[in-house]
Write a protein that binds this ligand. Structure first.
Ligand SMILES: [Zn+2]
Length: 256
């Protein structure tokens, strides 16, 4: 089976036995894959370990693995840690956002479907999560992930009548319809959530910002007061679309 070299981010890990791990990796050129790291925790007599002592969540490494999209599990044969995010690991909020980004990536991207731009965007996002720009960095990445994975909700016009929303009153979002709903269409839709019109205008503006390598440029400074309601709207859309709960969301919002 062919061996390939690629840069990877560890999105999920599962300790398989005392010595092995099953990893979900997002690779730059080969997309999402699951890999068995046999002997990840085993050390030689000299104290050396095959995978730098095991692969941790959000670690970025240069990997060598078997590549056969027909097989469910690749075999990781080499892992050389390139970025262990030491700063990020000291910041609880940043770590939660990083793990949430990894969870979303793991569910929204298809296996073996390469998205090199998203790889670069996630790497940049993880680097910024340890800084004071973490909230806007996360939101920018989340929007780009949704866009590239084809899960972006309709936020530019009413999902029913396709008219732009007027500047009167709150907007409403329908997870079932996957978009915002104008006031005249509101009676036709069950179970909507109100959404501040100013925040809707903010997201619409973010989606129009220029992008380089999949990362939104010139992101304004944003506070959790702004990003929390937007992240919640996106979460309800994702959970409705995928039909499953996102585990990390409990750590992202103060209360649901
Ligand atoms: Zn409408």
């Amino acid at each position: 089976m062919p061996l390939v070299h690629d840069r990877c981010i560890c999105l999920r890990k599962f300790e398989y036995s005392e010595t092995s791990q099953i990893l979900t990796l997002f690779s730059r050129e080969h997309g999402l894959l699951r890999a068995m790291a046999k002997g990840a925790h085993r050390r030689t007599k000299a104290g050396a370990s095959k995978f730098d002592g095991g692969v941790d969540l959000l670690d970025i490494g240069q990997a060598v693995f078997t590549h056969d999209p027909a097989r469910e599990l690749s075999t990781l044969t080499e892992w050389s840690l390139r970025e262990g995010h030491l700063e990020l690991r000291k910041c609880l909020r940043g770590m939660y956002l990083g793990q949430y980004a990894a969870e979303l990536m793991g569910f929204l991207v298809e296996e073996h479907d390469p998205h090199p731009d998203l790889f670069v965007a996630m790497e940049k996002c993880l680097a910024e999560l340890s800084t004071s720009r973490r909230e806007e960095a996360f939101l920018g990445f989340e929007l780009e992930l949704l866009r590239q994975a084809g899960y972006l909700a309709e936020l530019s016009m009413c999902v029913l009548c396709h008219n732009e929303l007027s500047d009167r009153g709150p907007a409403s979002f329908s997870p079932a319809r996957g978009g915002i709903v104008c006031r005249s269409c509101l009676p036709k839709v069950a179970q909507t959530m109100p959404f501040d019109l100013r925040l809707l205008r903010l997201v619409q503006g973010l989606l129009k910002l220029p992008r380089v390598d999949g990362a939104i440029q010139r992101l304004p400074r944003l506070s959790r007061h702004q990003t929390d309601p937007i992240n919640r709207l996106i979460l309800s859309h994702i959970e409705h679309t995928l039909g499953r709960r996102m585990r990390m969301s409990a750590y992202i919002f103060d209360k649901r």
